[in-house]
Design a protein around this ligand. Structure first.
Ligand code: NAD
Ligand code: 89V
Length: 350
């Protein structure tokens, strides 16, 4: 690929989950992505990533943007730094991919989108559940018409896996399970069933060692008339534990799709039944139980690279992710009020 066609990638935040982003960009070198610089406030983390993946190390994002010619930056820090780092990228006319959650508040999310618009820079959110191999296969079955018009669904991320070991900060979050993982499942509900007219939500705090809600049950009416139930919990007590699988049932006018433990999809279509394993293959750098999530990072990063190059919006652009984030905020509002909440009000209101 001619030099002019290659894309110079920077990455900010060389922490726990970023290792998957670093491997993904390394794999995408063959498709024109050059990871030229990595940055972390913790210089040792930046140096380790730079050494392993052959990039230049920085401990200050502004210094990296000043010294390097970066086309697209992957922001893989925690959400509290997303707004400042995305603004810095925009000021330097650099496209940005921001890890989920977009930001801690709705106002911050709006600010990030508006800042990119003001600078005319490309912006997307790394929301990778919809890019996972298994979820793409479910969507393909829906798109084939095999189950007709989807009209009811239950999607759940129910685990008792110790997510706090790799991500200890989660135990301190006052808004925990909806903002951390419910956000992924709400995005899947949009991906499979379309936009939402209104929703209700009940939250629970069943774990003694966390500050936020660890269980949420959301019920949604979609504009299509479909009804979905979106469940997320870190307090499940079940063996075998499904982590990090999203289990689902989607019913339609002509059949249904069921995804159970072990990446097993069962499809009923016009009276015929078939079963398929929809799990991800293991890559050289992935391992169970995270392998589906890890491979989703590669698919998501490839999507971002290709859309950025083409000058097209990502499927999970900043603007698109506002619609998912609006469901998060509506769910918290509904849980607090005990009332049904219309997400579009959130978009209109803010
Ligand atoms: P982490 O704390 O392990 O890593 C974040 C890193 O960013 C740290 O090393 C920190 O030093 C660095 N950092 C913070 N502010 C910085 C700044 N201003 N400049 C440079 N470096 C800075 O966090 P994590 O667990 O890897 O999570 C990171 C993000 O990834 C979170 O938003 C989390 O929700 C998300 N995440 C997504 C998935 C998924 O996509 N499925 C899975 C896990 C985590
Ligand atoms: O995927 C995520 O966003 C992680 C989780 C623990 C849910 O895997 O935070």
């Amino acid at each position: 690929m001619p030099e002019s066609k290659r894309t110079r990638i920077g990455l900010i935040g060389c922490g726990f989950y970023a290792q998957n982003h670093l491997h993904a960009w390394s794999d995408l070198k063959a498709e024109g992505a050059d990871l030229v610089a990595v940055c972390d406030l913790d210089g040792a983390k930046a140096e380790a990533a730079a050494k392993q993946f052959g990039a230049k190390a920085y401990s200050d994002a502004r210094a990296m943007f000043t010294a390097e010619q970066i086309d697209l930056v992957d922001i893989t820090t925690q959400m509290n730094s997303h707004k400042a780092l995305a603004a810095l990228a925009a000021e330097h006319k650099v496209g940005a991919i921001v890890q989920k959650p977009f930001a801690p508040t709705w106002a911050d999310c709006i600010d990030i989108v508006e800042t990119a618009k003001r600078h005319g820079t490309w912006l997307a959110v790394h929301e990778n559940f919809r890019f996972a191999t298994g979820m793409r296969r479910v969507r393909a079955v829906i798109d084939s018409g095999a189950i007709g018009q989807p009209n009811w669904a239950r999607l759940g991320f129910r685990t008792g896996y110790d997510v706090f070991k790799g991500q200890p900060y989660l135990a301190e979050e006052k808004r925990l399970v909806i903002l951390d993982v419910g956000i992924h499942v709400l995005d899947l509900a949009r991906y499979f069933l379309g936009e939402v007219k209104h929703l209700t939500c009940e939250t629970q705090k069943r774990l003694p060692h966390v500050k936020g809600e660890d269980t949420a049950t959301v019920m949604m009416r979609h504009n299509s008339g479909a009804v979905s139930i979106v469940e997320s919990t870190y307090a499940a007590r079940k063996i075998p534990d499904a982590f990090p699988e999203t289990l689902l049932e989607i019913e339609g006018t002509e059949g249904s799709i069921v995804v159970g433990r072990g990446d097993k999809m069962q499809v009923t279509t016009q009276g015929i039944f078939f079963e398929e394993n929809i799990g991800s293959p293991l890559l050289s750098w992935t391992s169970r139980p995270w392998h589906n999530s890890q491979e989703a990072v590669l698919h998501t990063s490839r999507h971002m690279l290709n859309r950025f190059r083409a000058g097209d919006a990502a499927d999970t652009s900043g603007e698109d992710n506002l619609k998912t984030y609006a469901l998060v905020e509506a769910a918290y509002e509904a849980a607090a009020s005990g009332q049904s909440v219309k997400p579009p009000q959130w978009i209109a209101k803010n």
